[in-house]
Design a protein around this ligand. Sequence first.
Ligand code: ZN
Length: 248
Amino acid sequence: MLLLLALQPAVVATEPATLFQTAPIAALLAGVYDDVFTLGELRRHGDFGLGTLTALDGEMIVLEGCCYQVRADGQVRVLPDTNTTPFAAVTFFKPTRTTAPLTATNLLQVCAALDRTLPSANLFYAVCITGRFDAVTTRSVPRQRRPYPPLATAAREQAVFHLGPVEGTLLGFRCPAFVKGLNVPGYHFHFLTADRQAGGHVLDVRLAGLCAAVQELRDFRLTLPATADFTGADLSADRQRELQEVEK
Ligand code: ZN
């Protein structure tokens, strides 16, 4: 009995950190932009992450437990718990390592530099870089109307913002190549300025001497939308090429 009691805390301590997401990315790519999953519920699964809002109404950043919307007109607002999301990925961010200072002139260099610090390409990682960025290019997408077009079509209306030099937080995830259809293979970053006045989905970044805080995520949880839009959607197509077009 004593032995059992002694073992119990160790079992709790080894529970892996989880990447939680509300829908497969394949549904978003196919134009499933409405869901009933609330931000209040999302915040029970994480305090850090990214996503979008119902009707594809802009980009979402979850930072320090607060959900922010960056609209296509560039405005940022704090979202109430009653808002809903068709796609979001979150975790409870507890970084387990910090990289050496990174310097990069574009997003690909940031990703390559991060990759060199990671122990394996087959794990999930949450990544957060906070500081003064030389430049950040972001985008946001405008709210869509039904019948919804696929994401690649909707993203052609994206608004692009050139920020910097600017203080802020670049945050997101690195997913393994095997998540195709579920999430974005490789890196996916959103950005929010320190004054919470601008941000969006990151298209490019230039930085010098900033360290990244990184957390390994060895558990992955996908919940499926409880809507007729989702259950009735044809998600059989391989939209990897469209994903590349939309993300980069
Ligand atoms: Zn994004």
